[in-house]
Write a protein that binds this ligand. Structure first.
Ligand code: SAM
Length: 186
């Protein structure tokens, strides 16, 4: 499989009023997205936060499971969390993947809102399979700010459910989207 990475962006995001906003890192998002990443063969999971104290917290949560006792008790969790990389910006995540690949990855963004020109999951699967490598970007709060979307090449279609309510927790959205993009059984 081609190299695939995910990024969870805590800034730049927007709040309820559409204003620029930084969210806090959460233990659940770090753990659960790391497990989904491991399950679907994602090589790196970037936790993006510009604030040093939040970077240190995210690093401490991920590294806790690298300690001898924790590793012995739950090696599956250690393995999942070993792909967490804490970075200060989405640009840094793109640069790190560019260094891994030797060329810029395809950068896909996600949102609960649609829009013209969104890629279907078939289009995205095809691009992932034929491209150099891919970074799939997820937001927090009320979603990615325009300045984050401007760094991406395409927006994949929103997940829709029973009706017009589709506001998923980001860790649920990551699991569904990774399944649609990367599952080997459909
Ligand atoms: N209204 C926001 C939006 O349009 O993205 C919802 C933000 S949601 C709490 C946080 C993140 O989860 C989003 O930035 C997106 O990455 C992901 N997400 C949540 N629901 C989604 C959906 N239905 N389709 C695609 N991504 C979704």
């Amino acid at each position: 499989m081609r190299r695939v990475a995910v990024a969870l962006v805590h800034w730049p995001c927007v709040d309820r009023a559409g204003e620029l906003y930084a969210t806090s890192v959460t233990n659940l998002d770090i753990h659960d997205i790391a497990r989904s990443s491991r399950t679907y063969g994602v090589d790196a999971y970037y936790v993006v936060h510009p604030i040093k104290a939040q970077q240190e917290l995210a690093t401490a949560i991920a590294r806790f499971w690298d300690d001898g006792k924790a590793r012995d008790r739950n090696p599956d969790r250690t393995e999942a969390l070993s792909r967490v990389r804490v970075v200060e910006s989405l640009e840094a995540a793109i640069s790190a993947e560019t260094a891994e690949l030797g060329s810029r990855p395809l950068v896909l963004s996600t949102s609960a809102k649609g829009g013209s020109g969104v890629w279907s999951y078939d289009e995205a699967r095809h691009a992932i399979a034929s491209g150099p490598g891919t970074l799939v970007v997820f937001g927090t709060g009320h979603g990615l700010a325009q300045q984050a979307l401007d760094l991406t090449d395409a927006l994949v279609a929103p997940i829709d459910g029973a009706d017009d309510y589709n506001h998923l927790a980001v860790r649920s959205a990551v699991a569904i989207i990774l399944d649609r993009l990367l599952a080997t059984t459909r």
